[in-house]
Design a protein around this ligand. Structure first.
Ligand code: DGY
Length: 323
């Protein structure tokens, strides 16, 4: 029997590309160039499985292509707001993601950003490199304490809880969270976490606010001008979730006018083409969507896609099926 034809949209860690090639009739993207909408349409017509990653937009206009051969989208990533899920469902496509394996690495990046923005890490690095540093003095680049401060988490899933553990057990931070229903009592007790009923209740109490909700229409601009104005002027916003959860223009204004102290961002509206206003802000620490970018995590993400495809083509229950 011939092997299923599989296309992966971008380069993956070599170890998983090799396994994929052993198991399937696999087409790699050796020059790692993003595929166009037309190339995705052709892939859907010519492959049994297409494996996009989180920056590949798959709207209905692409998914609704005629004469489709593809039956499964094995997404390389946990977030799938780049795929029109309603259209995929309508087209009978199975969609899978990669939950669980990027929890700690993403929480590590959220903590990295929290420390960078609190302690002015990126700004200090720029100063040293510029040759303008004039040496230590008592009032130079003073910043905010992390240890013992209050961290508010919007969304309280796996990644938020991992961040809360690092913040609480490592830095003695007080944890607040917003989630539609109370979290597991054991987790709450371990973190001494306090639930807020609303984002409005949480924001004014926090020194740091970290976003951990999915992207998409329901959370678009969840953090807007009004909510930024509820944060303390000394507070910092961390976003490792999705760029469109924050109204970029409103955040740039708040940072410029010092209505909040700083931001640590790993994701952006329209990334990689972020609003140029961010580039002028000393009080924004900016990373290029590095949340899951460790060798072990990216390899584990590839293994997850592989396991999902194997189960699907063997006619078994697909472990990480979202549609
Ligand atoms: C995901 O998997 O959704 C992450 O954003 C990748 O880092």
């Amino acid at each position: 029997m011939s092997k299923p034809k599989v296309l992966i949209s971008r380069r993956w860690p070599a170890a998983v590309e090799t396994k994929l090639q052993q198991l399937f009739d696999t087409t790699l993207n050796s020059d790692d160039r993003p595929l166009s909408a037309d190339e995705f349409r052709a892939a859907l017509q010519n492959y049994d499985a297409v494996c996009p990653s989180v920056c590949d937009a798959l709207p209905a206009e692409v998914l609704n292509v005629a004469n489709k051969r593809c039956r499964i989208l094995g997404n390389f990533g946990v977030g799938y707001n780049h795929i029109d899920i309603a259209a995929a469902r309508e087209q009978g496509l199975v969609v899978t993601n990669t939950p669980g394996v990027l929890t700690e690495s993403t929480a590590d990046i959220a903590m990295t950003l929290l420390l960078m923005t609190a302690r002015r890490g990126a700004e200090g690095d720029r100063l040293v490199r510029s040759g303008q540093w004039r040496g230590w003095c008592p009032t130079h680049m003073m910043s905010s304490d992390v240890t013992g401060a209050t961290l508010g988490l919007i969304g309280f899933g796996r990644i938020a809880q991992a961040m809360a553990r690092k913040a609480h057990h490592g830095f003695g931070m007080k944890i607040l969270y917003v989630k539609p229903s109370p979290a597991d009592p054991e987790i709450v007790a371990d973190l001494q976490a306090v639930r807020c009923e609303t984002v409005e209740e949480l924001l004014p109490q926090c020194d740091f606010v970290s976003l951990h909700c999915p992207g998409g229409a329901d959370t678009r601009h969840l953090i807007d001008e009004r909510r930024l104005n509820l944060m303390k002027p000394s507070a910092h916003l961390i976003n490792t979730a999705r760029g469109d959860v924050v109204d970029s223009k409103a955040l740039i204004r708040a940072l410029r006018e010092k209505r909040i102290a700083g931001a640590g961002l790993d994701v952006y509206e329209g990334e990689p083409h972020l609003d140029p206003g961010f580039l002028e802000l000393e009080n924004a620490a900016l990373l290029p969507h590095l949340g899951s970018a460790t060798i072990a995590t990216r390899t584990a993400m590839g293994e997850k896609v592989l396991a999902n495809l194997q189960a699907f083509f063997a006619g078994q229950a697909v472990p990480d099926r979202v549609v």
